[in-house]
Design a protein around this ligand. Structure first.
Ligand code: WT7
Length: 692
């Protein structure tokens, strides 16, 4: 459904403009904005930055963006080396700034940026800011779960604490290249532990503290860490979670599987945060270490971290990011997408257990010398006004969160928002899933008092940083659209044959050629890296997302097109949930699909076939859900179990998920062709059991 005429006219139009010579590559179509023409959509759907905002913006116009964008894709080496030069490098990279093969047809895929350049990201986050006179600036404001518990660290203090942990890690034998698993809640100790690893060249792998012992064990067995860092317990909302017990269980599980290299060192005892006394291996040793720690200088292409994420099949994938390109990319995206100024107070609600907490709680902001708010607890504890309480308390200017939280707070009513001033806010951000226009408008009108642009940032664990995102101040926004590509990013929409489609269209979102924050491999499985991301549409990186582009060139993300479900911005593979379900002795088979969910975006809907002779029961339903909670984590618990005497399969035994999705969303008149099923009768059986 591409309107080719529009495209051709449009391109002619673009070429006629002095700033955009022909042959400039696929330059985002922002000419209408520049020329002040009416954009193609309804006037009502456009939200312009205020004059006040645009005047002070780092990037005040679409024209300026286009000039920079054009250079970023025509001369990526020049564009990114100029930016990289602002950081500290022990020695500069070689002549080749970027070397890559992004086209699987030409051999193995690889990506390198700034190879030969010697640096350290921890040094650039901390020492560089202290040395340039910002040592007394607050790096972290920490707000505890319970109101009234808070703390803060200046850049100088943060550097000292990072050095102590780094010295401790070195002392217990952690060396450059060793993996360290971090299983901690949102305490300052979490980014401190990450930075300490980076300082000594160790590769951190943070496991979200909501993952179960089984999931933690699986990750430990994959990356074989020298050390696991954790704490006793954490209180989230009104619940206490005993993290140390979970780590103990995970370690005995991995020991059974022959992985005994993981040594547990409880490095901290968190005073007020210690809710239960468990035997500690090395309680409070860290503060006895020196606050000065020599940096381990590393190559730009040395690994910085591993972060596990769900795929459509099999076990979680260890996404590997390296140092130099990631550093340059997270710093630059942070600065432009949030219009960052040194006076800003920035709060991102993400947990460091996910990529957002790596790139936009820790590295991106600190590289810019920003003041970052870290919040330990649940965003609606003790009531749905907590976020705005925190915003007022710390005078937060940039607030970055997920649509699921926006929708849930929207449901709780405006009064919780309007009772707080929020006048410090100037930029809002959204990430994790498409933000529906009504949530966008509520966020904009109620939370931001119609004053703050919303940066709807589309990106992925794999991309390291923002890929498609508004630059607030540079162009009008359309609620629900992530708008245009970031510098250096060349998005491509392809059809099911992998053929690029132009202009107004929809299809599969791919990216042509690398950007500095590209992930380099899946840990220990480069073949899976190539198969998952580069084979589906040869010549491109495939994101796994569907996308459309409107007449004005704005990009609209439409969600995953693979067997991955996006629940509250958390990626969950259907295969993982299925394998947890079938591990229950009374479950014969399971098929999981995503369904629309008012707050979570998508909910988990599981079709379950029981072992012969086992009757359906509420108790069994609860047990199945508990099994998933225990094996993956509470956030992966199915919202619904649908009893299935059989599953719709083709004659070759493949489950037809298309039909299951329709049944799950009760679109029963859209089941389509069921004649190719081995037993078309199962469809009627499933429908009959839909409300049991
Ligand atoms: C998937 C990546 C990147 C940080 C959080 C999630 C979806 C992410 C958006 C957005 C529409 C979005 C995509 C993507 N997604 N941001 N602004 N608009 N969809 O990271 O766990 O790697 O998940 O999240 O489907 O593929 P992740």
């Amino acid at each position: 459904n591409c309107s080719l005429n529009t495209t051709t006219n449009h391109l002619r139009h673009v070429e006629s403009m002095a700033v955009l010579p022909s042959g400039a590559g696929k330059i985002p179509r922002l000419n209408a904005v520049i020329l002040g023409e009416a954009l193609a959509s309804e006037e009502d759907d456009l939200v312009f930055p205020s004059d006040d905002f645009a005047r002070q913006a780092l990037l005040p116009s679409a024209q300026k963006y286009l000039e920079m964008y054009k250079r970023s894709v025509e001369d990526p080496a020049g564009f990114w080396s100029d930016i990289a030069s602002q950081f500290l490098w022990k020695s500069k990279w070689g002549d080749t700034v970027c070397s890559e093969n992004f086209d699987i047809r030409n051999g193995n895929v690889y990506v390198q940026w700034f190879k030969g350049g010697i640096t350290n990201i921890c040094y650039n986050c901390l020492d560089r800011n202290v040395d340039s006179g910002n040592g007394d600036k607050i790096a972290f404001h920490w707000e505890g779960n319970e109101r009234g518990f808070h703390d803060s660290l200046t850049y100088t203090q943060l550097l000292s604490q990072v050095c102590q942990v780094a010295n401790y890690l070195r002392d217990i034998g952690v060396k450059k290249g060793d993996a360290v698993v971090i299983y901690l809640p949102m305490l300052m100790e979490l980014p401190i532990a990450m930075l300490a690893c980076a300082r000594i060249g160790a590769v951190h792998s943070v496991v979200f503290a909501g993952f179960s012992a089984d999931s933690l064990a699986q990750r430990i067995m994959d990356c074989k860490p020298k050390v696991v860092l954790t704490c006793n317990a954490v209180k989230r909302g009104s619940k206490v979670i005993h993290l140390k017990d979970i780590v103990d269980a995970a370690l005995s599980e991995s020991a059974k599987n022959g992985i005994s290299s993981a040594v547990l060192h409880i490095a901290y005892s968190f005073g007020i945060l210690t809710y239960k006394k468990t035997p500690l291996v090395s309680k409070d040793v860290v503060p006895t270490y020196s606050t000065i720690c020599e940096v381990e200088w590393v190559d730009a292409e040395d690994p910085l971290f591993l972060l596990y994420t769900s795929g459509s099949t099999g076990k979680p994938k260890g996404v590997l990011h390296t140092t130099g390109g990631y550093m340059v990319y997270t710093a630059t995206t942070f600065k432009y997408a949030f219009d960052y100024k040194p006076s800003d107070i920035y709060w991102c609600t993400a947990d460091c257990g996910w990529i957002t907490g790596h790139s936009y709680v820790t590295y991106g902001p600190l590289l810019n010398g920003a003041t970052v708010v870290i919040y330990e607890g649940a965003p609606n504890y003790p009531d749905p006004g907590r976020c705005w309480d925190i915003v007022d308390k710390f005078k937060v200017t940039i607030f970055y969160t997920a649509p699921t939280l926006v929708r849930s707070l929207m449901r709780d009513g405006d009064a919780y928002v309007t009772r707080y001033s929020r006048k410090s806010l100037r930029v809002l951000g959204s990430v994790g899933e498409p933000i529906n226009p009504s949530a966008w408008r509520w966020f904009f009108n109620v939370v931001g008092d119609s004053r703050c642009p919303i940066s709807d940032t589309w990106w992925q664990t794999e991309t390291g940083g923002f890929m498609i995102a508004p630059l607030p101040g540079a162009w009008p926004q359309k609620p629900g659209s992530a708008t245009f590509p970031f510098f250096g990013v060349q998005p491509v929409i392809v059809d099911e044959k992998g053929v690029e489609i132009e202009g107004e269209c929809s299809g599969y979102l791919c990216v042509k050629s690398s950007w500095p924050g590209t992930f380099r491999t899946l840990y220990g499985d480069h073949e899976r890296y190539e198969t998952t991301y580069f084979k589906p549409f040869p010549g491109y990186y495939f994101s796994g997302d569907g996308c459309s582009r409107d007449k004005d060139g704005y990009y609209w993300l439409t969600g995953r097109v693979d067997d991955v479900i996006n629940v509250s911005g958390h990626r969950i593979g259907t295969a993982e949930v299925e394998s947890a379900l079938v591990s229950h002795p009374q479950c014969a088979e399971a098929a999981v699909v995503g369904v629309e969910h008012e707050v979570k975006g998508q909910g988990i809907y599981a079709f379950v076939t029981l072992v012969d002779g086992i009757p359906y029961s509420e108790e069994l339903r609860r047990n199945l859900i508990t099994t998933v909670r225990n094996q993956i984590g509470p956030f992966a618990a199915p919202d619904r179990i649908h009893w299935a005497p059989g599953l719709p399969k083709t004659r070759s035994g493949k489950i037809m998920r298309r039909i299951l999705r329709k049944i799950a969303s009760r679109q029963l008149d859209e089941l389509g062709d069921t004649s190719t099923l081995a037993d078309p009768g199962v469809v009627d059986q499933l429908i009959a059991l839909a409300d049991c």
